[in-house]
Design a protein around this ligand. Structure first.
Ligand code: ADP
Ligand code: MG
Length: 258
């Protein structure tokens, strides 16, 4: 057992646990004592108006932002305010928590295959052969087996995003974070990316998805968190929250979305 892990049994404890988390940028309080959890295998959609703190929350989960106060434990790694994270912890975190952004962030000067094998080789220490094997399997899985040798500029936005998902999966993550993965796509390309995400959800991946795709959230997410001004305003089973919103703010938000 790895002594860096707080939880001896990851399946018995939340994949992500956050309590009274605050995050400020200068004077601006973005996360204001937000609390919640993500269970292993759970798919949670995070919704809310622009600027309410969705991306910041996700970035805290991946330690792209450091929280100012509160408790945060991600896959057994303690990211609470004041805790000291070793370089080894950080590597472990970034291997175990994959992130997919709105902008695909593929390396333009590398082929698709090289984009996929870079981190597994550098971070996980896989041989070139092992990394390529895994990468090809994952490219097939996202329906892009044919595209291994092309450069990102040859791909559509939907294909680039599926490559970005495959790239994250090459690290064999325990948790996948998605920050508006379809927001930059032309409408006709959204479906293929959502389908890839749905397949991943059905395989039992733990997923936190910031999205404005309410139909997708309703069908694929187990639970929805509605954020307002850096706090959870309403949460519950996806259909319950989306079909029978309790708060005026959520009702207003959903009516703007439809
Ligand atoms: P959302 O993803 O819900 O639209 P964000 O989490 O991106 O919201 O941002 C929440 C607030 O924090 C916004 O007011 C935004 O301008 C601010 N913010 C986000 N990142 C930074 C940063 N690095 N520096 C300063 N302000 C930031
Ligand atoms: Mg955002």
């Amino acid at each position: 057992m790895n002594d860096r892990l707080i939880s001896p049994n990851a399946t018995a404890t939340p994949a992500i646990e956050f309590a009274q988390v605050e995050k400020r940028f200068g004077q601006l309080k973005v996360l204001r004592g937000i609390s919640g959890h993500i269970n292993p295998g759970e798919v949670v959609a995070v919704i809310g108006s622009s600027g309410c703190g969705k991306s910041t929350l996700l970035r805290c989960f991946n330690h792209l932002e450091t929280i100012n106060s509160g408790r945060l434990v991600v896959n057994g790694i303690d990211l609470s305010a004041g805790s000291v994270l070793s370089a080894a912890d950080l590597r472990l975190l970034h291997a175990q928590v994959g992130m997919v952004f709105q902008q695909f962030n593929l390396f333009p000067h590398m082929t698709v295959l090289d984009n996929l094998t870079l981190a597994p080789r550098k971070v996980l220490g896989l041989s070139d052969k092992e990394a390529r094997q895994t990468a090809r399997i994952l490219l097939e899985k996202v329906g892009l087996g044919e595209k291994a040798e092309v450069y990102p500029e040859m791909l559509s936005g939907g294909q680039k995003q599926r490559v970005a998902i495959a790239r994250a999966l090459c690290m064999k993550p325990k948790i996948m974070l998605f920050d508006e993965p379809t927001s930059a796509l032309d409408p006709e390309l959204v479906g293929e990316v959502l389908l890839t995400m749905q397949q991943l959800a059905e395989e039992g991946m733990t997923m936190v998805i910031v999205t404005h795709e309410m139909q997708f959230a309703r069908e694929v997410a187990d639970r929805v968190l509605f954020l307002n001004q850096g706090q959870v305003e309403e949460e519950g089973p996806a259909r319950q929250v989306l079909d029978s919103p309790q708060s005026d703010r959520l009702r207003a938000f959903l009516s703007r979305m439809s």
